[in-house]
Design a protein around this ligand. Structure first.
Ligand SMILES: [Zn+2]
Length: 537
């Protein structure tokens, strides 16, 4: 009984794409088929691997990776899936596993309903099936897009939940209608903005008046996000964020328009979403009844734009974008306390100010304290640069070496791996050529496989080029340190801070929560990460 020696992995995959293909095979069904097959044929099942919600064009699926680790370590030497497309839908990778990797690792692979078994030799159709599966994925993604386009142009919207102020039309599919119970919330937000309040102020007022948030309203009506709201303290139901208010104030839905394609997938193989340029958006006007008038909307947009300009010009904002919270990573926001005898400016964690103390703590620091500390550090380094350039450069290189050493090692091993694969492909190609000359394979098969090898060679060349460039970048460290030193030297013992000086020399400033001692004194850690060279203080 040879088969009993097979240490078998049963692998199951389901993604939302599969539903579009019409072959939605639930994980449960796959499990039943696979378990029964293993039992009837005497396979020893070591483990099950399930990727639920992962596309077949992506091979970075977590359980798939875990299974491959088990193949690497020798725990698994047989893999069974329901069909080839469960394993994957991208033909170069599929062929890589089926033709090179599995034979090399002596792994047996079986696709039950396709009747494929590497031990019995794969059928000649397999490469075509893989191509077909990939084509299917591409075609479906195109079809979905086309049909959406037509729907959008006809004024339809697709949405899981209507934006606050609206609800789903009861009779017409994909259409919005005004929700009389919540439209006042939208009207109130615009009203407050029209009175001259910025988004932060509007947010504060909504919280003060305990106005329910869209998330909470959806929970009340449809029970969504019960995990967030069910046991949450009462305050959660009015915990508005600035981002939420901003997005409502910018949303053209409220003047009756529908905007599509704000984001896009990079390609059908890659599910990363990127925000598109405004010019590429598809704007369909008058798809539903507006809540806000065009003139009010335009006024609010004008206010948002001018407030942004003002903030940019303001001299006190020299630290803008540089100061971060050590605990949550959000920016510290700048404010001025005017209602006291000697007004002063300060920073505090923006996550704390908008979400409250359950999310972070104040990380309060006075503007003048931060200013004095940063200035003193820049004065120190500039002094060092003038005194002994050589010594400073040595110190800088030591500090950055520790950080970049790890990254460089990883890049070098990636490069080695790609180079190894390249020479493997070269060797396979040479062997293929010999086989053809010797008449062991047909010209047709030779042409087909050679095209595939050449594709992979081209891809590897591209990859190698990228990896080498990255590695060179890391090797740039020396010149980076020199660059920073020349900048700090140029600053020539600065006596004041400017936005341009800070942005030239500093990457970010991380502020920790102050440690308050019993005797009333306090200690607060401030970390400065310098551009090019990181932390050196
Ligand atoms: Zn924080």
């Amino acid at each position: 009984m040879k088969q009993l020696n097979n240490n078998t992995a049963i692998y199951m995959r389901l993604s939302r794409d599969d539903e579009n293909y019409g072959d939605s095979v639930s994980i449960e069904t796959q499990r039943t088929i696979l378990t029964q097959f293993a039992k009837e044929n005497g396979f020893h099942v070591v483990d099950e691997y399930v990727d639920d919600g992962w596309s077949g064009t992506n091979f970075e699926r977590p359980s798939f990776q875990r299974m491959m680790d088990d193949v690497e370590s020798g725990t698994v030497n047989c893999i069974i899936t329901k069909d080839l497309s469960r394993f994957g839908r991208e033909h170069v990778m599929m062929d890589y596993y089926l033709e090179f990797y599995f034979p090399e690792k002596k792994v047996r692979y079986i696709a039950v309903s396709d009747g494929e078994d590497t031990e019995k030799g794969l059928s000649d159709f397999v490469p075509f099936k893989n191509l077909f599966n990939e084509w299917f994925a591409k075609d479906t993604s195109r079809k979905v897009k086309t049909s959406l386009n037509a729907k959008f142009r006809a004024g339809e919207r697709t949405f899981a939940y209507a934006p606050i102020g609206y609800k789903k039309h009861p009779d017409i599919k994909n259409k919005l209608m005004i929700d009389e119970e919540t439209r006042w919330i939208v009207e109130k937000i615009y009203e407050l903005a029209l009175l001259g309040n910025g988004s932060a102020k509007v947010t504060k007022l909504l919280i003060a008046e305990k106005i329910p948030t869209p998330g909470y309203l959806n929970y009340k009506r449809y029970g969504t996000f019960a995990n967030i709201y069910a046991d949450a303290p009462e305050e959660k139901s009015w915990s508005w964020t600035i981002a939420q208010v901003k997005s409502i104030l910018r949303d053209e839905t409220y003047i009756g328009n529908s905007i599509h394609y704000r984001e896009t997938n990079v390609s059908f193989k890659n599910k990363h979403r990127v925000r598109k340029d405004k010019s590429e958006w598809l704007r369909i006007e008058g798809t539903h009844e507006p809540i806000i008038s065009q003139s009010d909307f335009d006024k609010v947009q004008g206010q948002i734009a001018s407030r942004r300009r003002e903030r940019k010009d303001s001299t006190t904002q020299i630290f803008a974008g540089l100061v971060k919270c050590a605990d949550c990573g959000w920016s510290l926001s700048f404010a001025t306390k005017k209602q006291c005898k000697t007004p002063y400016s300060y920073f505090k964690c923006s996550r704390y100010s908008s979400l409250g103390k359950a999310y972070c703590s104040g990380h309060f620091i006075r503007y003048d304290t931060l200013y004095a500390y940063v200035l003193s550090r820049l004065q120190f380094w500039s002094g060092q640069a003038h005194m002994d350039e050589e010594k400073l450069l040595k110190k800088l290189l030591n500090a950055s070496d520790r950080e970049t050493g790890v990254i460089r090692k990883k890049q070098e091993s990636n490069l080695k791996r790609a180079e190894k694969r390249k020479s493997e492909v070269d060797a396979l190609f040479a062997r293929l050529y010999e086989d053809w000359v010797a008449g062991r394979i047909t010209e047709y098969n030779f042409n087909m496989l050679s095209a595939k090898y050449q594709d992979e060679q081209a891809q590897l060349d591209e990859q190698l080029k990228g990896l080498k460039a990255k590695l060179n970048e890391t090797r740039q460290t020396v010149s980076d340190a020199e660059k920073w030193m020349s900048y700090v030297k140029e600053a020539a013992y600065p006596t004041e801070l400017t936005a341009s000086l800070l942005n030239t020399l500093i990457e970010k400033i991380v502020v920790h929560e102050a440690d308050r001692h019993e005797d009333g004194t306090a200690e607060q850690e401030i970390e400065i990460y310098y551009r090019f060279i990181g932390k050196i203080d």
